[in-house]
Design a protein around this ligand. Structure first.
Ligand code: ATP
Length: 257
């Protein structure tokens, strides 16, 4: 699946990006090493999704460098970056609702050799056995948790080196959120590298190796997840610790890394 390298699987160096005249990310640098789970925390509108989109080529940086395993891919087309093994599971799943589960899954593997598809499908079924019973159902008929399984399965069909997840727990029931996190832990045990944006900071920090906190498009803090989990500023802003009083913007009182 992934190739061992001393270079980070993904590195952003001084990335500035946004939408037309609107700058969202400013001078953002981060690295994800082989086998790591890295979390991105931040308030609504902090730029987390924009960061993921900048990494996969859906948003083109106006400054800075995006590098995949040491190769500069800044400004490359999304399909080219996906071909490098950097695959996004977008916020809201974004399945093709009129297509069946099987068709949605196969779409994820369309850049891969045909001979690989059945093996990849089997791997998806081993992670999500219930999907095997739903293959011919339209994805619109699935529950939220099953839709998340298809979205993750579709991404895995591309045999990613790095999986980017945008709010995987959004809209899911607590028991399904727990199962989703367990799936991510299993993927990590299999050697997958994961960059995850999540509102559920407590569960995410427990799972992650390292984390970055974004505030208004800039990296405010970074470090080992276990350290950030204990940081009073993070506890106050993202973990619901009422002993610290957050201000209007939940991270506005955090003064530096
Ligand atoms: P959320 O948790 O609410 O999704 P986020 O941290 O992921 O927040 P982004 O979705 O990256 O934040 O949005 C950052 C800013 O960019 C917001 O002010 C948002 O309104 C703006 N933005 C996002 N997408 C677009 C777009 N397509 N065109 C213009 N502005 C956008």
């Amino acid at each position: 699946m992934s190739t061992a390298t001393s270079e980070p699987v993904l590195a952003l160096q001084g990335v500035t990006s946004g939408y037309g005249p609107v700058t969202v990310l400013r001078d953002v640098s981060m690295e994800i090493a082989q086998g790591e789970i890295v979390a991105i925390l931040g308030a609504n509108g902090a730029g987390k999704s924009t960061l993921l989109k900048s990494a996969v080529g859906l948003v083109c940086p106006s400054a800075g460098v995006v590098a995949v395993s040491g190769r500069d891919v800044t400004g490359h087309a999304p399909e080219k970056i996906a071909g490098e093994g950097i695959v996004l599971v977008p916020e809201g799943r974004q399945l093709f609702d009129t297509m069946t589960v099987r068709e949605n899954l196969l779409l994820g593997g369309y850049t891969r050799p045909r001979g690989e598809r059945e093996e990849s499908l089997e791997r998806v079924y081993s992670l999500f056995p219930i999907l095997k019973d739903r293959l011919e159902q339209r994805s619109s008929s699935l529950s939220g948790g099953q839709r998340q399984m298809v979205a993750l399965g579709r991404a895995l069909m591309a045999r990613p080196t790095l999986l980017l997840l945008d709010e995987p727990s959004l809209g899911l029931a607590p028991i399904i959120i727990k199962e989703t996190f367990e799936t991510l832990a299993r993927l990590r045990e299999d050697g997958m590298t994961i960059l995850v944006v999540e509102q559920n900071a407590a569960m995410t920090l427990r799972m992650a190796d390292r984390a970055y906190v974004l505030q208004r498009g800039e990296v405010l803090m970074e470090g080992p997840a276990a350290e950030l989990e204990q940081d009073p500023r993070v506890r106050s802003a993202y973990l619901g610790d009422v002993s610290e009083q957050p201000r209007r913007d939940p991270a506005a009182h955090v003064s530096g890394a």
